[in-house]
Design a binder for this molecule. Structure first.
Ligand code: ADP
Ligand code: MG
Length: 250
């Protein structure tokens, strides 16, 4: 008998939130970039920020990572370690795959952990390869492993798959979800890809044009693994597009 396994989302609603951000406003000089918005994340939750280019998504992620503390509002966050994954892999070209993954610990990195991560991201046999020997998708797998190396409870991803082709993107999305479940990590993903946001997330926050505000919150009540052809994803896609149109974002 062929049983389709439905794994319910491992969102832990009993624990206190991992992250609570309240923004009253954020500007660069005279230019307001973010309006009023609130963001809360539970352990294990996957949330996407979906919006047009320039609406302040990366700025919001930088506030969460405390790379930028200059805003009106309040940030409360618990995790000791937050991982950050960017659109481009940002690997050190002179370091091997293994050395890039353990980079945050210098030369004395935990080799067993790095070896385990290389296997987990599907790069077995490439530990000593240099970044120039890798495809774009493989390099982004290294970036994911490097993001996981510090054992974060929260991983922030800024348009992580927008530079790779559609099929590679599907594979990387599945890899990311699999790793997040296994390592019990919450994900905050910035994307301008409606399908990616819905496929990955428990919740999607649709952000309108600058100054960015949450103009719609969509819940995706599906377990994992998901079927990309699920009718519910199609219906939610229409709602997301409607919200983006309503905000004159598209
Ligand atoms: P998104 O990631 O949604 O495309 P960003 O958060 O990168 O948008 O940028 C939002 C707006 O803020 C843009 O108009 C951008 O030009 C501006 N901006 C971003 N970073 C800076 C900065 N360091 N200084 C001045 N303006 C900035
Ligand atoms: Mg951006």
């Amino acid at each position: 008998m062929n049983l389709v396994q439905r794994v319910t989302p491992a969102v832990d609603t009993q624990q206190p939130p991992l992250l609570e951000l309240r923004v009253e406003g954020k500007a660069f000089g005279d230019v307001p970039v973010l309006g009023q918005l609130a963001l809360r994340l539970q352990p294990g939750e996957v949330v996407s920020l979906l919006g047009p280019s320039g609406c302040g998504k990366s700025t919001l992620l930088r506030l969460v990572a405390q790379l930028d503390r200059d805003f009106d509002g309040e940030l409360r966050t618990r995790p000791d370690h937050v991982g950050f994954i960017f659109q481009e892999p940002r690997l050190m070209p002179w370091l091997s795959v293994a050395d890039n993954i353990g980079f945050s610990d210098g030369r004395q990195y935990d080799r067993a952990r790095v070896t385990g991560l290389i296997e987990e991201v599907g790069l077995g046999g490439f530990a000593e390869a240099l970044p120039k020997q890798l495809s774009g998708g493989m390099a982004q797998r290294v970036a994911i492993a490097r993001g996981l190396y510090g054992q974060p409870q929260l991983l922030l991803l800024d348009e992580p798959f927008s530079a790779v082709d559609a099929f590679t993107r599907f594979k990387l999305q599945d890899l990311l979800l699999d790793l997040a479940r296994r390592h019990r990590i919450a994900l905050l993903v910035v994307t301008h890809d409606v399908d990616e946001a819905l496929y990955l997330s428990n919740r999607v926050l649709v952000i309108g044009n600058r100054p960015g505000k949450v103009c719609r919150e969509l819940h995706v009540p599906l377990g994992y693994p998901r079927d990309r052809r699920d009718e519910l994803l199609g219906r939610l896609r229409n709602q997301a597009l409607e919200a983006l149109q309503g905000a004159r974002a598209i």
